[in-house]
Design a protein around this ligand. Structure first.
Ligand SMILES: [Zn+2]
Ligand SMILES: [Zn+2]
Ligand SMILES: [Zn+2]
Length: 362
């Protein structure tokens, strides 16, 4: 038993990067505003005759846009989404209806079939495969950005499990090329730019340094009792040669993990193949830890990278790309939707400790 478990945590934590986002960490019994998400049995079949994403059923999807290693024996395949949320068949541009602004839903929406194996989980894929997948993300992102100047951002994300919104069980990711930079990325880019102007440092790099070196003990003013002890590396889940997986101090989701390059890199497109080999290793190991602790994780993940365009050209020294992994173990309630305050019933310190304690294969 560690000290922080002996005393329930009840505090509001401010996200250091985007201060308007805060989290209520409340581990006290009874503080359960969330309903637990029912774990679902994982579909472990390798091949499903009726699945449009399985090999041999290529005719059930729109045509192949890209295949790796080759179209016949593909292990990764990109197709257009059958029901795109954005598509490039329109070009009317922006509309202004009084206060209500409309930007035409111009863009691309593609599906990346992550693996030929229908039911494989991310942590079960080989590191070589995960590296190829990350390279596919990077190269497709570059392709979509370069082919059309109207595209302002390309979002890569993955929904795994019905609780995370995946409508097709076969493992897949999605890529959406958008005519706007999404709000969450704008917030991160602007706040980190402000931090850079003030302190001359990337805030993500500063947080990494803190995670690797910071140590503190906070005492209760009245009783003199230890209120909080922060150990070196307490928030580090996985440390690779070039990447770190960390548990954010202000985590919106109980088991949320972020993966980021340990040395400054603003743009995901700057990541080399060697970088992505280490990224794949850190990702696989972090996902294996998650799977072990929460058993069959349903999750969303998404990549945040430096946005393109004049408005963000100066973000090179201040922005730092990362992958946010958000496991879905409970359903947000009216309190969270109404307040914008996420509630976490497991303290990030305890979550980090449990994730770190998992023994995984090297
Ligand atoms: Zn399938
Ligand atoms: Zn940085
Ligand atoms: Zn982010």
């Amino acid at each position: 038993m560690t000290r922080h478990q002996s005393r329930p945590v009840r505090e509001i934590r401010i996200n250091p990067i985007v201060p308007s986002e805060s989290v209520l960490v409340s581990t006290a019994r009874g503080m359960r505003p969330r309903k637990a998400e029912q774990p679902v049995a994982r579909d472990r079949r390798q091949q499903v005759a009726t699945c449009p994403f399985c090999r041999g059923n290529e005719h059930m999807t729109p045509p192949t846009l890209y295949a790796w290693p080759d179209e016949k024996d593909w292990a990764i395949r990109i197709v257009e989404n059958l029901f795109p949320v954005l598509a490039d068949d329109r070009s009317e541009g922006a509309l202004n209806l009084g206060l209500q602004q409309v930007i035409d839903g111009y863009g691309r929406h593609e599906v990346i079939i992550d693996h030929w194996n229908h039911g494989i989980a991310l942590h079960e894929m080989s590191e070589a495969h995960l590296q190829a997948l990350a390279q596919t993300y990077r190269d497709r992102m570059r392709f979509l950005l370069e082919r059309d100047p109207r595209i302002k951002y390309v979002m890569v994300f993955k929904n795994f499990g019905p609780a995370a919104g995946a409508s097709i069980a076969h493992t897949h990711s999605q890529i959406i090329a958008m005519p706007v930079v999404p709000e969450n990325v704008i917030n991160e880019a602007e706040h980190s730019r402000i931090h850079y102007r003030k302190f001359g440092r990337c805030i993500f790099c500063a947080l990494i340094d803190e995670a690797l070196t910071f140590e503190a003990t906070i005492y209760d003013r009245e009783s003199g009792e230890v209120r909080r002890r922060i150990h070196v590396g307490q928030y580090v889940i996985e440390r690779g040669e070039r990447f770190l997986a960390i548990k954010p101090f202000a985590s919106r989701f109980e088991w949320e993990i972020h993966i980021l390059p340990s040395r400054h890199q603003a743009d995901f497109l700057q990541a080399s193949d060697e970088d992505l080999a280490d990224f794949a290793r850190v990702l696989r190991r972090a996902m294996a830890r998650l799977d072990h602790v929460i058993g069959g994780a349903q999750y969303n993940f998404f990549l945040h990278t430096q946005p393109r365009g004049e408005d963000y050209a100066d973000c090179q020294p201040s922005y730092h790309w990362h992958l946010e992994i958000c496991p879905r173990t409970s359903i947000p309630t009216g309190f969270e939707l109404g307040s914008g305050l996420y509630v976490s019933t497991v303290s990030p310190e305890e979550a980090a400790e449990r994730l770190r304690a998992v023994q995984i294969d090297p």
